[in-house]
Design a protein around this ligand. Structure first.
Ligand SMILES: Cc1ncc(COP(=O)(O)O)c(C=O)c1O
Length: 569
């Protein structure tokens, strides 16, 4: 949720006057119009009445009017289904929606009052633990959270506390904890470091590391003060899975050499509900509790868990990894409840519908949805590359390295089969034939295109698609690779084949329009563009100064005083 500031209506009026939108003489009419809602619906009442927007009205207004007024204002929002910027689900089945509506009033922290809901919470933890390879003899423990962010903070906090306890037992200094992550880390990971006083060692990513955490840099940057490594199962930028097993092996070797045991927390915000179900898995390697070094994993129930916004999960492989002094025993209305969360009250309905999804869809249902998303993402990637204008940085449309030969053979058979047996004939393929990753398509204009049409900025494509309803962000890759901008499409369950066809058509039409127009025609769009660039340029200068404060190569350590952080979500 963004931070919102209090608004002084007079400031808005002054700003508009300063922008010469209205002559100064009309200030008082404008003052009312900008700081109040003027009611258009019902001349008997509302056309005469202004309802203040930024101060509570002295008297209330009729519910129907306010309802209509709010509804109409919300029409200005984008359409969630066309919001391809977000990993968060925007659709649930009618049964699930009904269950949510019927349970909207239940508070997840009222364990005693809602025992059936709490049972479902416990069953979800158990089901997800099994999906993540819980090991015999271990007792996994976990909790629902408001999303992956809260879950990551809890996972990080448990690592920090375990490290502090161990250091104190050894009579060593416990005041300088650090944590490792790639510069592709989502804002929640950096937030953990900042909010909980841990030095963030943010390791640069590169084309060579597939824009994800570079295992070689992990070895160079760990030390006795490292509380853990955040490894991401599904980079927010490009959808690449980070190599959990490889990093685990590097840390095994480090432990052999030094005796220092560094845990891994896997941020599987999206991948935690994709990798267990898909044929591809994570491309043949391990990523979950099968690796002893992985102590905790988070996922967003509201991403590929297919629940509406407001649900995450955190699970520790065994209760021994959750320090007791972080657990609160709440004696609440006659019962005793153990909890480790950042929030107390929060909605419980999401937990109920997570359970509905797990039971209703089953393994098969989740598998077919995830395979479908990946198949659509592959199609989009391949089609974009076929235009010759775009290059795709995500890799899920590339044949899996060990399957390259069989892939070539399959496509020959498929071609032959379609000649004789129709378009859909031939051997079917699955995600296992391709590089494993999230159903994310990160793409940009090719160098040839950029050289040929120098007046076309990639951001303009995002702006023009927005005018057609599609929300597709354009942003730079993480530091070190920030000169490369990407457009990113997150393919969710609701991206049907029909929608995909429309999207492709629109991308092609927009690109053609830009090609056919010259620099002068594009001035209107560029005006907006250049305003944003000026701001970015100022920030660049600030960043350069910060970098001037000599950061070691391969290790960017951000201090807590560095000011506002910018990140991608
Ligand atoms: C890799 C990763 N981690 C964490 C988050 C934060 O998740 P949430 O929005 O559930 O708090 C995201 C969100 O996109 C993400 O992609």
């Amino acid at each position: 949720m963004p931070l919102s500031s209090h608004v002084n209506p007079e400031d808005i009026v002054q700003r508009l006057q300063a922008a010469h939108i209205t002559p100064a003489g009309h200030a008082s009419a404008l003052s009312q119009a900008t700081s109040t809602h003027i009611q258009p619906y019902d001349s008997r009442y509302t056309s005469q009445t202004n309802i203040p927007k930024y101060k509570i009205p002295e008297q209330g207004a009729p519910g129907d009017t306010v309802f209509q007024m709010i509804r109409d204002e919300l029409d200005l929002d984008g359409k969630p289904n066309l919001n391809l910027a977000s990993f968060v689900g925007t659709w649930m089945e009618p049964n699930a929606t009904q269950l949510m509506q019927e349970n909207l009033s239940k508070n997840l922290s009222d364990a005693d009052e809602y025992p059936a809901m709490m049972d479902m919470h416990q069953r979800c933890i158990s089901i997800i633990s099994h999906l993540w390879g819980v090991q015999p003899g271990e007792k996994a423990i976990g909790s629902a959270t408001t999303g992956s962010s809260e879950a990551i903070h809890l996972g990080g906090l448990a690592m920090k506390r375990r490290w502090q306890i161990k250091r104190k037992e050894q009579g060593k200094d416990a005041s300088k904890p650090n944590i490792l992550m790639g510069s592709n880390a989502q804002v929640a990971l950096e937030k953990f470091a900042r909010y909980f006083d841990v030095e963030a060692r943010i390791l640069p990513v590169s084309k060579k590391s597939h824009y994800r955490l570079d295992p070689a840099l992990v070895r160079e940057n760990v030390d006795e003060n490292t509380i853990g490594v955040f490894v991401i199962l599904g980079s927010t930028y490009t959808g690449h899975y980070e190599p959990v097993e490889e990093i685990s092996q590097i840390l095994d070797k480090y432990q052999e050499e030094t005796g220092i045991d560094i845990p891994i927390h896997v941020d599987a915000a999206s991948g935690g509900f994709i990798a267990p179900f898909t044929h591809a898995g994570v491309g043949g390697s391990k990523w979950n509790f099968e690796l002893p070094r992985v102590k905790s994993i988070n996922v967003s129930g509201h991403k590929y868990g297919l629940v509406y916004a407001g649900l995450g999960w955190i699970i520790w492989r065994d209760q021994s990894f959750l320090p007791e002094d972080l657990i609160f025993e709440l004696h609440y209305l006659g019962g005793t409840e153990k909890s480790f969360t950042l929030n107390f009250s929060r909605p419980g309905a999401q937990v109920i519908v997570q359970y509905y999804n797990l039971i209703h869809l089953g393994f098969d249902g989740y598998r077919s949805i995830m395979e479908n998303c990946l198949s659509n993402a592959r199609l989009l990637s391949q089609s974009l590359e076929a235009t010759g204008w775009y290059t795709v940085m995500s890799d899920i449309h590339h044949p899996a390295p060990h399957k390259a030969a069989s892939h070539a053979a399959k496509s020959i058979v498929k071609q032959a089969a379609s000649t004789v047996g129709g378009e859909n004939a031939g051997p079917s393929e699955t995600s296992a034939d391709y590089v494993a990753g999230l159903p994310v398509v990160s793409f940009g204009l090719t160098d040839e295109f950029k050289n040929k049409y120098r007046h076309i900025k990639q951001e303009t494509i995002s702006l023009m698609l927005r005018a057609r309803g599609w929300i597709i962000p354009n942003y730079p890759l993480p530091p070190n690779e920030e000169k490369i901008e990407i457009l990113r499409v997150v393919v969710r369950e609701t991206m049907t084949f029909d929608l995909l066809e429309h999207l492709l058509t629109d991308i092609v039409e927009v690109t053609e329009t830009l090609i056919e127009h010259d620099e002068i025609d594009l001035q209107a769009l560029k005006k907006h563009h250049s305003r944003r660039r000026v701001r970015a340029k100022g920030d660049d200068e600030k960043n350069k100064k910060k970098e001037g404060a000599a950061k070691e190569i391969g290790k960017e350590v951000r201090s807590m005083e560095d000011g506002i952080h910018r990140a991608v979500c």
